[in-house]
Design a protein around this ligand. Structure first.
Ligand code: ADP
Ligand code: ASP
Ligand code: MG
Length: 406
């Protein structure tokens, strides 16, 4: 008997027929004698639809009310999944995040999990029940409903797997596993048998939405090995785990594109010690996530800074900077959102050189201009025009020979 956490994403529970099929899958795993905790997402499209409804009423709806609204998407699917299991004569119970004991901090719309009280789930598992938990949500100290950021059901699953010391964590989605690039964009992308936490994390935080990046961070921290696989077939998926030495033989593991970025250009701020600190302090206090920072050489006592933020944070960034400009006695901000970030990732970059040169030459050959560059030990990212992002991904994928089996 094993203790298994399964997570089914939005497409997998997208309609009644699919929910019934998921219930059969859960039953099959239960009939093998396993204990099961199942995390489900909202039906695909529902979260986006709820956001659109709120925005049709108010341009910037309150974060607390957004959490109240978005948490309903998962509440529908947990109940329907439990009912589908009852129809198959499987004892099952559905829980919201709060009922499942998932406690978070108070940052609405991107709360972090602080603790999980697994007692109610443990109790039900011992009683032989399948426990269905709403993904993407929790409750804060004040009893307010919070959500864990887009794609947050992955985090719910991985955090629960750690909390109940699951033997297995399976992330069921609409592709067979983690590919060398988004298979919907790069037709000859190849499924990876395994990938390290660090590579998965860099791909996820660079726009590969197959896994939420915070969930991968959590998995690495608590050493939760998990498998990404399809809910539509029984093919083996991709195992995500700690790096092993042979992984470094591959220089580039994958390519990711993030079209959800905006470029923020802060110009005409006084070029003196403390200016950058004030800018980024204000952004941090507004919970804006900043990436790829470039400061140009100052002229005539004036400095310019450019950085990227998630598109959804650009308005907050603009507002947060107003008082800073007043304090500094100058400054302007411009937002460009027709951009995309292209990243190539691989642990082999630690020991191989020439990746940047190959990437830049490939983009040059395509006539694609590079606006910003940043690197980490295992990643190179560039900001380019959004309209050329998919071409760039295909060209980079081919340039590094990622379609070929290793
Ligand atoms: P779910 O609703 O199951 O959480 P998501 O839509 O969040 O599923 O993530 C799965 C999608 O991620 C796939 O349909 C695929 O288009 C996209 N994707 C992006 N990059 C990759 C990649 N490298 N490997 C696999 N899928 C990817
Ligand atoms: N329903 C949420 C979203 O669309 C959470 C998830 O699907 O993981 O972002
Ligand atoms: Mg997802």
């Amino acid at each position: 008997m094993a203790r298994i956490v399964q997570k089914y994403g939005g497409t997998s529970v997208g309609d009644i027929e699919r929910i019934k099929r998921v219930a059969e899958r859960i039953k099959a795993a239960r009939d093998e004698g396993n204990q099961l905790v199942v995390v489900v997402s909202a039906r695909s499209g529902v979260t986006n639809e709820l956001i659109a409804r709120a925005r049709a009423i108010h341009e910037h709806p309150s974060d607390r009310e957004m959490d109240m609204l978005l948490a309903t998407g998962e509440q529908e699917t947990i109940a329907l999944t439990a009912i589908a299991l009852h129809a198959l004569k499987v004892d099952a119970v559905s829980y919201t995040g709060a009922q499942a004991g998932i406690f978070t901090d108070a940052v609405h719309t991107k709360a972090k999990i602080k603790t999980i009280n697994a007692r109610p789930i443990e109790h039900d598992l011992k009683a032989g029940k399948v426990v269905i938990v709403a993904g993407f949500q929790g409750i804060n100290e004040d009893g307010q409903i919070t959500t864990l950021g887009r794609g947050g059901s992955d985090l719910t699953a991985i955090a629960l797997a750690a909390a109940i010391k699951a033997d297995k964590c399976e992330i069921y989605t609409d592709v067979d596993g983690v590919y060398t690039a988004d298979p919907r964009v790069v037709k000859d992308a190849r499924k990876l048998a395994e990938i390290s936490y660090d590579e998965m994390l860099e791909l996820a935080s660079s726009g590969s939405k197959v896994m939420q990046s915070r969930s991968v961070e959590f998995a690495k921290k608590y050493d939760v090995v998990f498998e990404v696989r399809s809910s539509f077939n029984h093919n083996p998926g991709t195992i995500v785990k700690e790096e092993v030495v042979y992984m470094e033989q591959v220089v580039v593991r994958g390519v990711a594109v993030d079209k959800d970025q905006a470029k923020v250009i802060v110009s005409n701020i006084p070029d003196k010690p403390g200016s950058a600190a004030k800018v980024f302090r204000a952004l941090a206090e507004a919970n804006v996530i900043v990436d790829m920072i470039v400061q140009n050489i100052g002229h005539n006592g004036i400095a310019n800074l450019t950085f990227t933020v998630p598109q959804g944070d650009s308005h907050r960034a603009e507002k947060a900077l107003e008082p800073v400009f007043t304090e500094l006695g100058g400054g302007e901000v411009a937002i460009h959102d027709q951009i995309a970030k292209l990243s190539v990732v691989g642990v082999g970059m630690k020991t191989h050189s020439g990746v940047a040169a190959t990437l830049f030459q490939t983009l040059a050959d395509q006539g694609i201009n590079i606006e910003l560059i940043s690197t980490s030990e295992i990643k190179i990212s560039v900001v380019i025009a959004a309209a050329r992002a998919d071409d760039a991904a295909r060209a980079a994928h081919a340039a590094f020979g990622l379609e070929k089996a290793v």
